[in-house]
Design a protein around this ligand. Structure first.
Ligand SMILES: Cc1cc2nc3c(=O)[nH]c(=O)nc-3n(C[C@H](O)[C@H](O)[C@H](O)COP(=O)(O)O)c2cc1C
Length: 311
């Protein structure tokens, strides 16, 4: 096989790029570009208390999991881009380093957005947004009863990224207790991804919802050592029919089908018909074989797609 990565151009490779230097952008412009680009982001609905026990509840989408052992999440209440002031959530955590991270599903999204309103300090957003407080077992902030997964966390560290407008404050949270509503569990007691009904934040006022019809699986490459896109024959790599996703699937096999397997597949009625109809016209044959392979790949039949491409 030819290893010809230099000449490889993925299907639909973009030819024009807009390049922006951060030093020429305002904080609002940086926020606008990066929020739209780094998306969708999961939402941490954080409940905290101040030293007097006043409760606060606010959503943060600068959030993710960063370690499983210890189990650590980070979210970031930034200084306001408009005036550089800090958020109540940060102030509370500096007083009481405990937080409950409540996961947000579609049924909660409008109330969650309402909880992001800049209410004065001391106003409880559970009340303003209409959520139910559920007493936590380990930490002082209450949980959101409506949330499908509630994580009781101890704050291990707060890292301020600056004092200028828009500077983030990383809250490093160690998860100590995981509470999961029964109705999002499968029969093995694990979270059923289809039942979570997650929502996530994108740029501006865009959100997305994870529904059954937009969930899909990608076979994990770690099970095998895939041959890689660079090892695909040039005619496949440069195909006008196969997409980047298709090439990724083809490169994720450990070994190609044997000559016998290809031969057997070529004798099926459908393939015989295709081959007979294109005798003497190698260009049309290649296009039809690639279209057939693409159809198989789009249905997850990678091995058969390889047989077609090797005919
Ligand atoms: C879905 C969503 C995600 C948000 N993500 C963030 C974020 O990651 N960081 C941030 O500083 N503000 C974020 N905000 C805005 C805060 O929620 C808002 O400033 C909130 O009022 C802060 O409340 P507090 O001062 O009571 O802590 C987000 C708002 C929404 C609706």
């Amino acid at each position: 096989m030819k290893n010809n990565i230099q000449t490889f151009q993925p299907y639909n490779f973009p030819t024009k790029l807009k390049t922006l230097s951060i030093s020429n952008l305002t904080p609002v412009e940086i926020q606008t570009y990066l929020n739209a680009a780094i998306a969708p982001r999961p939402i941490c609905f954080a409940s905290t208390v101040d030293k007097d026990g006043s409760v606060n509840l606010s959503p943060f989408s600068y959030f993710n999991i960063f370690s499983v052992n210890p189990p650590m999440c980070i979210f970031s209440p930034s200084r306001r881009v408009s005036n550089g002031t800090t958020k109540h959530t940060l102030q509370n955590i500096l007083e009481v380093p405990e937080v409950v991270i409540n996961i947000v599903n579609y049924d909660m999204v409008q109330q969650t957005s309402l909880a992001s309103v800049e209410y004065p300090k001391g106003v409880n957003e559970f009340v303003k947004a209409g959520f139910t407080e559920l007493m936590s077992e380990l930490v002082r902030p209450p949980r959101v009863a409506e949330s499908p997964v509630q994580l009781e966390c101890l704050v291990k560290e707060v890292i301020a990224l600056g004092e200028q407008n828009g500077a983030g404050n990383l809250i490093l949270c160690e998860v100590k207790l995981i509470h999961i509503q029964d109705d999002v569990l499968d029969e093995n007691g694990k979270i059923d991804q289809e039942k979570m009904d997650h929502v996530a934040r994108l740029g501006a006022d865009w959100y997305c919802r994870v529904t059954d019809d937009n969930l899909f699986r990608v076979e994990k490459p770690v099970r095998t050592v895939g041959i890689g896109v660079d090892s695909l024959p040039a005619a496949i790599r440069n195909s006008a029919v196969l997409t980047g996703n298709n090439l990724g699937q083809l490169g994720n096999v450990e070994a190609l089908p044997t000559d016998e397997e290809v031969e057997t597949f070529s004798r099926t009625d459908e393939m015989k018909e295709l081959l007979d109809a294109t005798i003497g016209d190698s260009h049309t044959r290649t296009v039809h074989l690639h279209l057939k392979a693409k159809h198989l790949l789009d249905n997850g039949q990678v091995k058969d797609a390889w047989k077609v491409l090797l005919m």
